[in-house]
Write a protein of this length. Structure first.
Ligand code: HEM
Length: 419
């Protein structure tokens, strides 16, 4: 995307270390983040920034340091928040991604079987049907926006299926998801204010509370995330604790939405940038699962998560004080040449391709990772069967968001195989 008049890419190589701004979401919007993180990995892998819209914070940028911190949950807590922003004192939503053991483990256990292998198998047919429907409806030989017609539509339908959410209201799920991650302090001032976000949280909670009560005791033997919470002794009364209920709903809405959506878009961009890799998959579709993992690494749709030091600690030669924010930059770890061979190459048959940090690591490693991989695998199986060409026909437009790395628009043209 072209930068606005008067703006320019910072010359990260020439700046003093303390001048580097790791909190500026424009680095993702205009895609110039690589040089910043390469410099930090080399010269200041555990780096302090004294001032930012989210306050002072440490940045951890090497793969192995990120894993070490994720595995030490006693020193580096996920509470009170995994966002760089602290929760609003009057609205502390409780979600298990922002909890430590043992509470985290109990709540994760209550919902994790929704993505167990047996359920995924059951979902596969449904996801394939929806994917085919969406692809069959695409315009041919004329430009359209892949984000709107494919990535958004498919992930919204998937989310509605997981919650068994009223079908004709399903777009609210995506609107809420976008809203929850668009705080002005993470979006260079372009997002939503606190008041607007709270309005949307309240509307979402109200609708999910109605659905909980409609389903409770209706005797139906169907399966969805709300019924699962109702069925587990640890969470059966969660609706009576609205901040916990809402926190978990929000986690599942955001977790299952922007991430997969932006990987669906990223794949199109990377296969256009690396046409030889596209030829490899076309010749050998067995490479699709490996390509999917590579797409997820290359995209890293959630560029970071935050931890908070529970005590004064020395880490990699730096003294981190109790209470300080520690930001784990997955997007940097995934391009760390110490761990990833030729990290800047998009490489569909990369060895050990699942060894990336896009899903995090340790006890919080993404609960939906197999589901996301399955959605992307099915999408590419069906795309490659149908389309001889998927061409980018304009500049991708990217999100201006520090927490979500993705696309707002992707002009594409597809050409079907002629029989
Ligand atoms: C490409 C798609 C996805 C990516 C890149 C992704 C990424 C992540 C990351 C980075 C974390 C935090 C890991 C950590 O702190 O160590 C996470 C956690 C989580 N994700 Fe995903 N995610 C994806 C898809 C999904 C889907 C489809 C679901 C829906 C079921 C989901 C549900 C969750 C949940 C519930 C957690 C919290 C896990 C915990 O705290 O124990 N994610 N995800």
């Amino acid at each position: 995307m072209n930068m606005p008049m008067g703006a320019s890419v910072p010359n990260y190589a020439a700046m003093a270390l303390e001048e580097l701004d790791v909190s500026d979401p424009r680095m993702f919007q205009y895609d110039y983040w690589q040089a910043l993180f390469a410099r930090l990995r080399e010269e200041s892998p555990v780096h302090f920034q004294a001032d930012s819209p989210a306050g002072p914070f440490w940045s951890v940028t090497r793969y192995e340091d990120i894993v070490a911190i994720e595995c030490d949950t006693e020193t580096f807590s996920s509470s009170p928040s995994i966002s760089m922003l602290d929760p609003e004192p009057d609205m502390i939503l409780r979600m298990f991604i922002a909890m430590d053991p043992p509470e985290h483990d109990d709540q994760r256990r209550a919902v994790h079987h929704v993505v167990a292998p047996r359920n995924l198998q059951e979902f596969e047919t449904l996801i394939r049907e929806r994917t085919v429907e969406v692809l069959e409806a695409l315009p041919e030989d004329e430009p359209f926006d892949w984000v709107q017609l494919v990535s958004r539509d498919l992930t919204t339908k998937m989310l509605a299926t997981l919650f068994d959410y009223p079908w004709d209201e399903r777009n609210s799920l995506t609107e809420w998801s976008d809203m929850f991650t668009s705080d002005v302090r993470l979006t260079g001032g372009e997002g939503a204010t606190r008041e607007v976000i709270i309005e949307h949280i309240t509307a979402c909670l109200q609708r999910f509370t109605e659905l909980w009560h409609e389903r409770k005791g209706d005797g139906k033997d169907t399966f969805d995330l709300i019924r699962m919470l109702q069925a587990d002794p640890n969470t059966e009364n969660m609706v009576d604790d609205p901040l916990t209920y809402m926190g978990n709903i929000m986690l599942l809405i955001v977790g299952g939405n922007d991430t997969t959506r932006n990987s669906m878009s990223g794949g199109v961009v990377f296969l256009n940038q690396f046409p030889d890799e596209m030829s490899k998959v076309r010749q050998n579709p067995d490479l699709i699962p490996s390509m999917v993992s590579e797409i997820i690494r290359y995209q890293t749709p959630l560029p970071h998560m935050r931890r908070t030091a529970t005590r004064d600690v020395e880490f990699a030669g730096k003294r981190i004080a109790k209470g300080e924010k520690v930001v784990l930059w997955y997007v940097s770890g995934n391009y760390d040449e110490r761990m990833i061979e030729r990290p800047n190459d998009f490489w569909v048959d990369r060895p050990s391709v699942r060894n990336h940090l896009s899903f995090g690591a340790g006890i919080h490693r993404c609960m939906g990772n197999r589901l996301a991989e399955m959605q992307l695998r099915i999408l590419w199986e069906e795309v490659l069967k149908r389309f001889e060409r998927i061409e980018l026909v304009g500049e991708p437009q990217r999100t201006c968001n520090l927490f979500i790395r993705g696309f707002t628009q992707l002009p594409v043209r597809v050409t079907r195989f002629r029989s």
